[in-house]
Design a protein around this ligand. Structure first.
Ligand SMILES: *[C@@H]1O[C@H](CO)[C@@H](O)[C@H](O)[C@H]1NC(C)=O
Ligand SMILES: *[C@@H]1O[C@H](CO)[C@@H](O)[C@H](O)[C@H]1NC(C)=O
Length: 597
């Protein structure tokens, strides 16, 4: 299917997908979004301060107590979804009782009847009052959350409400079969100062990006350290620091792919940081966020960096969800991104992945990481080689060097032709190989990559048309030969322009993000360099042909011609050498940047 057709279909299916539930949600039956509390209205939620608030008539409670919860607004709302959650693990807790059955209704979230409340119609209201019934086995801290829809397109997702505490609480008696909790969850404290990379490799293992940076001096340093603690080395302290707008996280992974990873997240929520553990089963949102098993949690926000520290027992097998055993080798992922109301968004950059597996409880070492997957690096390198060197030199040879070496042949063909054909076949081969790599890496089409992959498809298609066209070209004396000449030149030019555009976009792809604006400047330099040489060669060609035709003495023409040819040949050889050297220099600069990611 053509990209345009694909886009059209995608647009229609997206519209249908968002439109259908919208019709249903006016009745408030929103149990599908119990977990995320996010209305599927096709636009992101508001980030600005909301005009709504949640209040309770108490800040402490006892089991089985009834607590009044009021949602009110300085402006009206049409819909809402209210839940009470365990502040520690975010599970829904207790049930609600309605005070006005005309305007509110109970929902069944997580197979728990009455655990959420929503609107009954999209009539405007400014205040809703319900009663929350604390269960007999209520956790120690409860927080209320509400999503509020003002208009279809204007809504706030999971606004945090008041936290209420159970007074005189005693820990639950342990169940007969479950072992006692390994370590109680502690309230996070604020770190006294930044972490340091002193002692990395001696007393702790560290993953640093850029290599050798120190989070004490540079807030832009991505830093993860691991220290085993306790006399029997039964737990590990992790320190995590890095520049981030919303969250910073690290993951333990069996492989270098995202999915089936044990994730630890430090998420900024206003001027606080919440630290939690989660499990990522696919290329999706982290699931089952909880603080179970984490202890000694502390955090700090300064200079645009998020820092947090947590401790975890080496083995946490009886927890639900089970966390990975730290007495094993894992790849370490370090990632950061945006967050909203404490909910993380997909990381904006490729995560930093340690170059090898690390035995978490093993001896201290300094680890290196890479943000560029090797397949994407190969893709970038081969494409750059093809389109900055072999392709452009091969094209220039055909455009300007045909009259040179008139009497020499190479393997039975003119030299220019052999060189042109050789370089172009190499270019096409490199393009085909490089083209396939992202498909292997992504195991399919690269979504979210913008125009770049489409341009790549066009470049590949045109690159395949060129040799096909050349293979079936008419003989040089055919009267239709000029059609081939023009078509071959035209398609070649279009391909080259598209390839250059694809290179510009390619340097900004998240999976191979070259330093900006440096990479763009290098490419602009390359385009300028190539264009000035083309211009120079064009001038030379023009000048030469004029001088020849300007002379009318037959004898003079012949002697002049050989003299001119000699000079022209020398000059053009120099130009070609300079062009190739300059392009190679720029190419090497970009390739070394690719290698360093
Ligand atoms: C809060 O409101 C509920 C329901 O109206 C009531 O039963 C409870 O006694 C109130 N609690 C306090 C502390 O006022
Ligand atoms: C609910 O609706 C019924 C009939 O529509 C009406 O008689 C009743 O007064 C309403 N109750 C409240 C509390 O608004």
């Amino acid at each position: 299917m053509s990209p345009v057709g694909l886009c059209g279909l995608l647009f229609i299916s997206v519209s249908v997908y968002y439109w259908v539930p919208a019709g249903c949600y006016a009745n408030g039956k929103v149990t599908k979004v119990c977990g995320s509390m996010e209305p599927h209205h096709g636009v992101p939620g508001q980030t600005a301060h909301s005009p709504y608030r949640l209040d309770t008539n108490t800040t402490t409670f006892s089991p089985r107590e009834r607590i009044k919860v009021i949602l009110s607004g300085t402006s009206y709302f049409k819909g809402f979804l209210l839940q009470a959650r365990d502040a520690a693990n975010q599970g829904t807790v207790g049930t609600f009782t309605l005070t006005n059955r005309n305007k509110t209704q109970l929902l069944t979230c997580n197979e728990h009847q009455g655990s959420a409340v929503s609107h009954t119609s999209d009539a405007r209201q400014t205040e809703v009052c319900v009663v929350w019934n604390a269960p007999a086995d209520a956790p120690t801290q409860i927080q209320f959350f509400v999503s509020v829809v003002a208009h279809y397109n204007v809504f706030w997702v999971k606004l945090p409400g008041p936290v209420i505490y159970q007074h005189g609480v005693t820990p639950h008696p342990p169940q007969p079969d479950t072992p006692p909790p390994v370590q109680p969850t502690t309230t996070p404290t604020i770190l006294p100062g930044p972490f340091t990379s002193d002692g990395c490799g001696q007393s702790k293992s560290c993953l640093l990006d850029p290599p050798g940076c120190d989070p004490k001096e540079e807030p832009h340093c991505f830093f993860l350290s691991m220290t085993t603690e306790g006399p029997d080395k039964t737990s590990v302290i992790f320190e995590l620091s890095g520049p981030a707008e919303g969250y910073i996280a690290f993951a333990l992974s069996w492989d270098t792919w995202m999915g089936n990873d044990d994730v630890y997240m430090c998420v900024k929520d206003g001027d606080r940081v919440s630290v939690s553990a989660a499990f990522v089963s696919g290329r999706t949102h982290p699931e089952d966020q909880s603080q179970v098993g984490l202890s000694s949690v502390s955090w700090r926000l300064a200079d645009g960096a998020i820092q947090c520290k947590l401790s975890r027992p080496v083995k946490l097998v009886n927890q639900e969800p089970a966390r990975y055993d730290l007495d094993h080798d894992y790849f370490l992922f370090l990632t950061s991104g945006h967050a909203q109301y404490g909910k993380v968004w997909k990381h904006s950059h490729q995560p930093l992945i340690s170059t090898h597996r690390k035995h978490i409880t093993g001896p201290p070492e300094v680890l290196r990481g890479s943000r560029g997957p090797i397949m994407m690096k190969m893709h970038g390198a081969l494409m750059l080689l093809a389109w900055m060197l072999t392709g452009s030199v091969g094209t220039i040879i055909a455009s300007f060097y045909k009259p040179d070496w008139p009497n020499q042949t190479l393997l039975g063909q003119k030299i220019w032709f052999q060189v042109h054909r050789g370089l172009m076949v190499l270019t096409v081969t490199l393009t085909i190989v490089a083209f396939c790599l992202p498909f292997f890496y992504r195991k399919g089409w690269s979504k979210h990559a913008g125009v770049h992959p489409y341009l790549g498809c066009c470049v590949l298609t045109l690159s395949l048309i060129q040799p096909t066209m050349a293979a079936i070209r008419p003989s040089p004396d055919s009267h239709r030969r000029y059609i081939f000449n023009w078509a071959h030149w035209g398609v070649g030019s279009v391909t080259e322009i598209m390839a250059v555009a694809a290179m510009f976009l390619g340097t900004r792809q998240s999976s191979l993000l070259l330093p900006q604006p440096w990479a763009t400047h290098v490419l602009i330099g390359y385009v300028t360099w190539l264009a000035s040489f083309r211009f120079l060669l064009l001038m030379l060609k023009h000048l030469y042909s004029k001088e020849i035709s300007g002379s009318d003495d037959q004898q003079a023409i012949l002697s002049d011609q050989s003299e001119h040819r000699h000079w022209e040949f020398l000059m053009k050889s120099l130009i070609l050498t300079a062009l190739a050297l300059g392009s190679s220099g720029l190419l090497v600069a970009l390739l070394s940047a690719v290698a360093e990611i």
